[in-house]
Design a protein around this ligand. Structure first.
Ligand code: CA
Length: 216
């Protein structure tokens, strides 16, 4: 998997490229929006800083979308919520808010590449989750989840049996730099269990996180 990093600040791009490489990805960096389109061939995913010296990052995203459906993760500064919303609307697959950790980013890159491979609904026992339609069926019957409950279930279903750490759930379902030890996650898990109609499907691993149990 070859990641194209579009970032003009070498203090960010250097560690980012190295970090991605440490996580098993090939990574190449360009510092100008005008170089992105010609750098796309052979790349599998783009991490796009929206604050570039020569072009608006959102214009770069539009230029990419004209020629390619390559996954794009946009990187925005805290507070640039509007950019984030517009970016997702015009075809970004995900976003990270600066400052973000390489670990967090690598997890998102992996999640996106998995999502791209597995476009078909995830089916685990009686539960079927369709990411495109954002719908969940339990024993063939649709259930009504909130956006957060859906996102939470989608992350847990990526790898049934894997204990997903609380921190990862917070950062992927809520905010990339979520801080705190609140009960928000637990409340959502409780709601999700209730709606799934089987509290054994999501197992609590004390002090670590949650895992989806693949019941026969
Ligand atoms: Ca920048």
């Amino acid at each position: 998997m070859h990641v194209l990093v579009v970032e003009d600040d070498p203090a960010i791009s250097g560690p980012l490229v190295q970090g991605l490489q440490r996580n098993g990805f090939d990574a190449t960096c360009v510092g100008f929006g005008g170089l992105v389109v010609e750098a796309l061939p052979g790349k599998d995913l783009v991490i796009l800083d929206l604050g570039l010296p020569d072009m608006d990052g959102l214009e770069v995203l539009k230029a990419i979308r004209k020629i390619s459906d390559i996954p794009v993760i946009i990187a925005t500064a805290r507070g640039d919520e509007m950019d984030r919303v517009v970016g997702l609307e015009i075809g970004a697959d995900d976003y990270v808010v600066k400052p973000f950790s390489v670990r967090e980013l690598a997890a998102r890159v992996r999640a996106i590449s998995r999502r791209r491979v597995v476009e078909a609904p995830s089916e685990m026992g009686q539960v079927s989750l369709d990411r495109n339609r954002r719908s969940v069926l339990v024993s063939g019957e649709p259930i009504d989840l909130t956006a957060k409950e859906f996102d939470l279930l989608a992350v847990l279903l990526e790898e049934p049996g894997r204990v997903v750490p609380r921190q990862e759930l917070y950062s992927r379902v809520w905010d990339p730099v979520w801080i705190g030890s609140g009960k928000t996650l637990d409340v959502h898990v409780a709601g999700l269990r209730k709606k799934l109609g089987n509290s054994d499907l999501i197992e609590t691993v004390r002090g670590v996180g949650y895992r989806y149990v693949d019941l026969p």
